[in-house]
Design a protein around this ligand. Structure first.
Ligand code: SF4
Length: 373
């Protein structure tokens, strides 16, 4: 568990940052300031459930919504977190059993990303900054209390590599699943990683803790072999597919559960029949659902979106190989809200003029080279 200490992040106003704290942390920190525990707990519930502050010793970081773009039932929104930086989040409708619609919130864990995946818009920004747990939770708060969306699922698939900011991501998950706060079921939360092996091992320890064993893990694989994966994803040069497979096979997966393996299907790069067969062989020992994501072209993309026939062909072939397959929809493509399309080009341009401190991506001391856009 994290240590119980007041988290006064961001502004130096001496107020508790309620969105960055679990109820236990908030109650104890409030008590240290002289607030009775019962009163503090009541304020915590009011802040998360009703979206308002009923005390003056804490603050709700209600970041202004810079942009809100809607395509059909998909809404992309950005929150201003200061210094000309913003988070990007997407609320996506999901049609479930009996045509019941639920809402999934895709959150960012960083502004930009250091991982440099060739197919991803966010990668073009480089890493600008990590988000605090409170800034991650504020995306849920804005979706719930500003957009009035009832969020059932949360996926860490927005801007950033969650494993690069894992302390804050795990703290955000403790808050999001807090029964006195958002109360999101852990089984409805998914961390998606580019395949950072050290991060996967840390998450493996996290899910062994009581209450977190049902959390889901998605892995972005996107290639059938090391040659193609290293071209698309620089991380593979530091931790190859054999190391990734080993970490997944060591992971304490529940007997009724499976990994979600994401595969962005890019025309002429990873969509041939032999790619499909090679991928399925690699996946054979891994209990997983293969999530095929038709490539959503980033700005200045060297590749087009795949043809529908090619997506179908790849999926059918994977099924014939005995692989369980799902297809990811392309909701939000027109407003750059679909998978791999998040990232504000204006922030990216500013970064080029006056680069902020960029963390050199590395794994176990091995630098990952990022191709400059
Ligand atoms: S796909 Fe994910 S990990 Fe890769 S650059 Fe984009 S945000 Fe980062």
């Amino acid at each position: 568990m994290s240590s119980i200490a007041p988290r006064r992040t961001g502004e130096d106003d001496g107020l508790l940052d309620i969105l960055g704290m679990t109820s236990t942390e908030f109650v104890e920190a409030s008590h240290a300031l002289g607030v009775p525990r019962g009163r503090a707990m009541q304020s915590y519930r009011t802040a998360f459930r009703e979206g308002r502050a009923d005390g003056n010793w804490f603050r709700i970081d209600d970041h202004s919504m810079n942009r809100r773009e809607v395509e059909g039932e998909t809404t992309k929104f950005t929150l201003d977190i200061g210094e000309d930086h913003e988070t990007e989040s997407v609320v996506i409708p999901m049609r479930g059993r009996r045509q019941v619609t639920t809402r999934t919130l895709c959150v960012s864990s960083q502004v930009g990303c250091a991982m440099g995946c060739g197919f991803c818009e966010t990668a073009q920004m480089g890493l600008i900054r990590n988000l605090s747990a409170g800034q991650i939770v504020s995306q849920w708060w804005a979706a719930t209390h500003r957009l009035e969306a009832t969020i059932k699922n949360i996926v860490f698939m927005g801007m950033g590599e969650p494993m690069d900011n894992l302390d804050e991501v795990l703290q955000a998950i403790r808050i999001l699943t807090d029964h006195n706060g958002p109360g999101v079921a852990c089984a409805n939360i998914t961390i998606s990683t580019v395949g950072r092996v050290d991060g996967i091992r840390r998450v493996a320890d996290f899910v062994k803790q009581p209450g977190f064993h049902r959390m889901n893990l998605a892995i972005s694989v996107n290639a059938p072999n090391d040659r193609i994966r290293s071209e698309l994803m620089p991380i593979n040069r530091a931790a190859d597919m054999a190391m990734l497979k080993e970490a997944l096979l060591d992971y304490p997966l529940r007997s009724s559960s499976a990994f979600c393996v994401e595969y962005v299907l890019i025309p002429g790069v990873n969509d041939a029949d032999e790619h499909c067969d090679e991928l399925c062989r690699w996946l054979e020992p891994i209990r997983c659902s293969l999530n095929v994501i038709p490539y959503n072209p980033r700005r200045d993309s060297p590749w087009p979106a795949p043809e529908e026939d090619d997506v179908e062909r790849f999926i059918v072939r994977a099924i014939e190989n005995g692989q369980f397959v799902k297809r990811r929809g392309t909701k939000g493509r027109d407003v750059m809200a679909a998978c791999g399309q998040l990232g504000n080009p204006a922030i990216r341009r500013r970064r080029r003029v006056e680069p902020p401190a960029v963390v050199q991506p590395e794994i176990n001391g091995t630098p990952i080279r990022r191709e400059e856009p």
